[in-house]
Design a protein around this ligand. Structure first.
Ligand SMILES: NC(=O)c1ccc[n+]([C@@H]2O[C@H](COP(=O)([O-])OP(=O)(O)OC[C@H]3O[C@@H](n4cnc5c(N)ncnc54)[C@H](OP(=O)(O)O)[C@@H]3O)[C@@H](O)[C@H]2O)c1
Length: 170
């Protein structure tokens, strides 16, 4: 299982139910990485999607104890147990955790890789991702060149769980 996230310099990821920033290159990367794959998200994140519609050409799995089924393209899991049962059907390398904070926090221990878009600004935030630079279990293995969108600087990073590196799995 992998996670994909956009963070600011404080590892902030959201404020008042929204993303901190929308960067077209980040959206493109997100699409490229997740297309044809399985995306796992929390109810709040689902409700922040355009039109509250599932992401196209991906298997959408939503964690929620409260949401009623609205669309047969969405698989709703009521607990982590139900989620793991569902995920048995898929190759773990094809499963992307896409947020938000509560889902990242619960599933990070099961992830082997995290794709991070690092936005080099500080924003007002009320939701955060774990600071992987402070986690011994995680290693920064690649860092893309700095890019600009208007006056926003950002780059793409990839972190790998060190135990999976030792296990020989890239
Ligand atoms: N920067 C990024 O890359 C990024 C990506 C995604 C989201 N975000 C941001 O993150 C924020 C949302 O994060 P959030 O933590 O508030 O919400 P969230 O994780 O998207 O959703 C939380 C909801 O998920 C359900 N849930 C959580 N754990 C569950 C479990 N074990 N079993 C069943 N259901 C479970 C619950 O829904 P019920 O209440 O229905 O039970 C809970 O209220 C927004 O600001 C969003 O923009 C940022």
């Amino acid at each position: 299982m992998k996670a994909i996230v956009a963070v600011d310099l404080d590892w902030g990821i959201g404020y008042k139910g929204n993303l901190l920033q929308r960067i077209p290159e980040d959206m493109k990367l997100f699409k490229r990485m997740t297309l044809g794959k399985v995306v796992v998200m929390g109810r709040e994140t689902f409700e922040s999607l355009p039109g509250k519609k599932p992401l196209t050409d991906r298997i959408n799995i939503l964690l929620s104890k409260t949401m009623q089924p609205t669309d047969d393209k969405i698989i709703i899991c009521r607990s982590l147990g139900e989620l793991f049962e569902q995920l048995k059907k898929y190759d773990p390398d094809d499963v992307f955790v896409i947020g938000g904070e509560s889902i990242y926090t619960q599933l990070l221990p099961y992830c082997t890789e995290v794709y991070v878009t690092r936005i080099k600004n500080k924003y007002e935030a009320d939701k955060y991702f774990t600071n992987l630079d402070k986690e011994e279990a995680w290693e920064l293995v690649s860092e893309g060149d700095p890019q600009n969108y208007n006056d926003i600087r950002f780059n793409f990073l990839r972190y790998v769980k060190t135990s999976s590196l030792k296990g020989g799995k890239d």
